[in-house]
Ligand binder design. Structure first.
Ligand code: SAM
Length: 235
């Protein structure tokens, strides 16, 4: 049966999940759109709760009249496929290569960091206070499917993180490449304010990526630091 009604309750629920973090947190569900993302979910063994496709596309899922499916989509161009998944949260942050995000409020940065974490074989991304929802539509899209592959954990205080912790602070502490190789949790701060002072002083080390300007974007800094940490681990 093809869905043709704009009042369809399942499509209404998808719009809510896309638009409201509270609804995602209440239901523990999120939406992923597009054939590439759904293929990444399949490859990682994630079964959707519901799957929808544009009528006539030949894709898997309940068929929806294409113009109507576009009204549930967050992609400007609409979509041929979308699915609802149950969120997965690891019970704790785990090493040996963990990234902790504190106040990283831009969902595009959160998704980009997930993508880099996957690329460099990180064991976990830990989501701290003030950080954008990694299951929000912009973060899901920017992760390019990495959120199906990298374990995510919610962390309220940094003593819940695997040691040693390294606070990444532009222009402060040790140059990152001078730290000893081994397990590490990289702490990344807010786009505007950086890491709060109490987090920096509680960290085991403070390190910077040597650059010629004041600072890098949070996702760029996380990516360079992940590269450095994975490079040191390979040595
Ligand atoms: C845009 S920066 C924040 C800039 C902020 N005004 C400050 O001075 O901390 C966002 C985050 O990226 C990381 N970061 C940016 N540039 C860095 C660098 N050169 N070395 C280490 N971390 C850096 C830090 O974790 C920082 O909290």
């Amino acid at each position: 049966v093809t869905i043709t009604s704009p009042h369809n309750e399942q499509l209404k629920a998808i719009r809510k999940l896309n638009q409201r973090r509270r609804e995602r947190e209440r239901s523990g569900r999120f939406v992923a759109e597009g054939e590439d993302l759904l293929a990444a979910a399949d490859a990682a063994g994630w079964q959707p709760v519901q799957r929808f496709c544009a009528a006539g596309s030949g894709l898997a899922g309940t068929e929806v009249e294409p113009a109507l499916l576009a009204t549930a989509s967050e992609l400007g161009s609409g979509t041929r496929a979308l699915a609802v998944f149950q969120e997965r949260w690891a019970p704790a942050a785990t090493g040996p290569l963990c990234v902790y995000l504190h106040g990283v409020g831009d969902p595009g940065n959160v998704g980009t960091i997930l993508r880099s974490a996957h690329a460099f074989g990180a064991s976990c991304v830990a989501v701290g206070p003030g950080t954008a929802d990694p299951f929000g539509p912009k973060a899901v899209r920017a992760s390019m499917g990495a959120l199906f592959a990298v374990p995510l954990a919610r962390v309220e205080t940094i003593d819940a993180l695997p040691a040693p912790t390294v606070a990444l602070v532009a222009g402060r502490g040790t140059p990152l490449h001078e730290l000893a190789a081994g397990p590490v949790t990289l702490l990344v701060g807010a786009e505007r304010d950086g890491l709060p002072r109490e987090i920096v002083s509680a960290a085991d080390h403070v390190a910077h990526i040597p650059i010629a300007t004041h600072s890098l974007n949070a996702a760029m800094a996380a990516t360079v630091a992940l590269y450095e940490a994975s490079r040191m681990a390979r040595k």
